[in-house]
Design a protein around this ligand. Structure first.
Ligand code: GLA
Length: 740
């Protein structure tokens, strides 16, 4: 037991927990196979390094909570002070280690292996409990809980926590880093760097992860891709301020660290009290980023709230913005119903006085002017058309121009100065302020309003938005209150689904994902932007969560015009919906949308519960991605040209994830017409499917097996098929089905 060894799904972790020192992770990475006690002892013994010149006089070990007291001069695992007594030299000792399977609420998943370590620093009067779990899918979760064991008089007994972080070792060969940045409508832009000595640190001070959220911190062997390379990655399951870093110390260690970013004085742990860090989720793969997804997606699905096929949504935002009126919205619902839409979501603009984005947040009553009979007539119409109904809310926010702010200025985070006061009011953002959810009355009021709406109206779904940074010194209390609020709403209305939105994708993390059924991936419906955003957001989050909408031909966020086939092929690979004024669509477009929805519904089990795969094309202008069913019976792939290709004849499409020994039928799937190609003649195999260069086959052909080619899985994966010469901003879909 003093050398616990956890193994699952090709991953293993060995912990040297002998003696009284803080335990050391001897290995986190590939499965080491069946090791008995003696072999583990030898592994742990031989992991003790040499002592370098000009260094501490014992071998330096990187522990689970490294501190100066252990000779670790990198970023510490824990820091803090007692008021008036200066910084604490924290020196923890191991008290005990417990292991086994134990109940963990929703995460009480069969087969999860757990370890709980208790550490104490008697002099500092602190203890730390470290929980570590390895799921059957090979996903590691860790968190620390620090307890202030000082029992003397209050004030001086407080422990002001500076930082408490999960730090994991990665081998020196993991020199290449990948993390993410971005901005509104351009979330999750990958950035790569090479780790030299020092710290590559990403911090979020938005009070939400932000559009530039680091999202994942991945360290891998140089050149790792979607399908190759060894990678180690961490993600912090937290929706407030946080930091994630990679450090390569000249002492000879590389680590990944993550934890909540605490403001000075933000987290005083009172005598006898404790603070738990958010969970750090950590995954290893020897098969690149897809290998990470192949562990993360099944793990997330094992505790997901999603139980039913993801309905096709029609969202009113880009269709009508704030122009709400019953006849128009009823026509929109009818057009959606006709096309096969299953859920109608009334976005921003329905509550008292909300005519634009400058006012009324907080006044969560249905506007009596626009809706003299409440939302009942609209909801009845929507229901009669066969759709369920969803409603947009932004419960954490307040407009200064609102009845709520006028009645309760003390509920506004950061306060509202008296009109006569000389102090500068706090900044607004999108003309709004933040509601202080840590204020019990504000919390109770907004909970009561949400509950009243959900009780009065048959609302199946809330789109829960959050449209500004907090710009507050400390955000822990607000984030914790947000979680309590969502949990309370869900407990009171268990049937209601929730979508998390934050100006698009500014709050996508596993802390929020535990509580919601969908995330709004980005405010852009431009398929070109979406291809990249969805591809990288999908490394962590399974596609059934990722809202993707068919927008108007000319994207509202970029002004770029895209063809219907490209927009349909892009929105298909997620929780699909429409955000376009269908009333203005042509009959031909409506027909193509209807057909698209039919195929989406048919493909849903594959698209939402299959294995996500992404090839590593050598030309960055080309993307090949897909979903393969878990039994490898069927797959859908998209070959996408983001820009003009590098080569006149692009490399072959190699379809990952198929069973090598099985034979598959490959057939193009046309949705919204043929993708535009620029080729004198298509590849021979493609042309022979129908004899026509530009219309290779119809969906009906594809469904019936006409117009297809059959090859072994190994051939499709290793050799591939020549690609049609797609024009820029086009996508070709391929249905791949096993024939034996
Ligand atoms: C945010 C969301 C949008 C929309 C608007 C409404 O920008 O991301 O989808 O709901 O708010 O104001």
């Amino acid at each position: 037991m003093s050398i616990p060894y956890l193994r699952a799904a090709g991953t293993s972790l060995v912990l040297d927990a002998r003696g009284t020192g803080v335990p050391v992770i001897v290995h986190w990475g590939a499965d080491l196979g069946d090791l008995n006690g003696a072999m583990l002892t030898t592994l742990a013994d031989t992991s003790v390094p040499a002592i370098a010149p000009s260094s501490i006089d014992v071998p330096l070990r990187l522990t689970l909570l490294p501190t100066l007291a252990q000779g670790w001069s990198g970023r510490p695992g824990i820091s803090g002070f007692r008021p008036g007594r200066g910084s604490l030299a924290i020196d923890l000792r191991l008290v005990n280690v417990r292991s086994g399977e134990r109940p963990m609420g929703r995460f009480a998943l069969p087969g999860t292996q757990t370890l709980t370590l208790l550490l104490e620093d008697a002099a500092a009067q602190l203890s730390v409990r470290t929980e570590l779990e390895l799921s059957v899918q090979g996903v590691l979760r860790l968190r620390h809980t620090v307890r202030n064991r000082n029992t003397t008089a209050a004030g001086a007994a407080a422990f002001e926590l500076g930082s408490l972080d999960v730090i994991l070792p990665v081998p020196g060969r993991a020199r290449e880093l990948l993390d993410f940045t971005g901005l509104w409508t351009h979330e999750r832009r990958p950035q790569r760097s090479t780790l030299g000595h020092g710290v590559w640190s990403r911090e979020s001070r938005h009070g939400r992860p932000g559009h530039d959220d680091s999202y994942l911190m991945v360290a891998g062997t140089p050149g790792f891709g979607f399908r190759s390379g060894e990678v180690w990655c961490t993600h912090l399951a937290w929706s407030g301020d946080k930091r994630a870093w990679a450090e390569n110390s000249a002492l000879g260690f590389s680590v990944l660290g993550s934890g909540e970013l605490l403001a000075p004085g933000e987290l005083g742990v009172a005598a006898g009290e404790s603070y738990s860090t958010p969970w750090t989720v950590a995954v290893y793969s020897d098969a690149g980023l897809d290998g990470l997804s192949s562990r993360l997606h099944p793990w997330i699905r094992s505790w997901s709230t999603i139980r039913t096929p993801r309905p096709v949504v029609l969202n009113t935002w880009e269709a009508v913005y704030f122009e709400h009126d019953l006849p128009t919205l009823a026509r929109l619902a009818d057009a959606g119903a006709h096309a096969g839409v299953e859920r109608f979501v009334l976005d921003d603009g329905w509550f008292t006085g909300r005519r634009d984005d400058r006012r009324a947040l907080g006044d969560w009553f249905v506007d009596p002017v626009t809706w003299p009979s409440g939302l009942h007539p609209l909801i009845e119409h929507v229901h009669a058309a066969g759709l369920d109904f969803g409603l947009w809310v932004e419960p954490e926010m307040v407009s200064l121009d609102s009845e709520m702010a006028r009645a309760h200025p003390d509920w506004v985070l950061g306060g509202v100065p008296e009109p006569s006061a000389t102090e500068t009011p706090a900044l607004t953002w999108r003309f709004q302020r933040v509601l202080d959810l840590g204020h019990p009355d504000a919390f109770a009021w907004v909970f009561a309003r949400l509950t009243a709406l959900l009780t009065e109206y048959p609302i199946a779904y809330l789109k829960w938005d959050h449209n500004r940074d907090l710009l507050a010194g400390s955000t822990h209390r607000q984030t914790a209150a947000l979680y309590r609020l969502i949990d309370a709403v869900r407990a009171a209305h268990p049937g209601v689904e929730i979508e998390s939105c934050a100006s698009g994708g500014a709050r996508i993390d596993l802390g929020i994902l535990e509580r919601v059924d969908r995330v709004w991936t980005s405010d852009t419906n431009d398929p070109l932007e979406r291809q990249e955003i969805q591809r990288y957001t999908g490394v962590l989050i399974p596609p059934e969560y990722l809202g993707g909408h068919l927008g108007a031909a000319t994207a509202h966020t970029t002004g770029r015009t895209s063809e219907l086939s490209f927009r349909l092929a892009t929105a298909l690979f997620g929780a699909a919906g429409i955000e376009w004024n269908l009333i203005s669509a042509s009959a031909e477009e409506l027909g193509q949308i209807t057909e698209w929805i039919t195929h989406y519904k048919r493909l849903r089990p594959l698209l939402h519960f299959g294995v996500v795969v992404r090839a590593d094309p050598s030309d960055p202008a080309l993307v090949l991605h897909g979903v393969v069913s878990r039994d490898q019976n069927s797959a859908l792939f998209a070959q996408v040209a983001l820009a003009a290709p590098r080569d006149a004849v692009p490399e072959r499409m190699r379809f990952p994830g198929l069973a090598p020994e099985r034979r598959y039928r490959v057939a193009p799937l046309l949705l919204g017409g043929s993708p535009r190609t620029i080729q004198d003649t298509p590849p021979a195999w493609y042309a022979t499917l129908s004899g026509s260069a530009e219309t290779p086959t119809t969906p009906a052909d594809a469904a019936s097996g006409r117009g297809s080619v059959t090859l072994a899985g190994a051939v499709l994966t290793l050799v591939g098929l020549p690609a049609p010469l797609l024009a820029p901003e086009q996508a070709a879909l391929f249905a791949v089905d096993a024939v034996d």
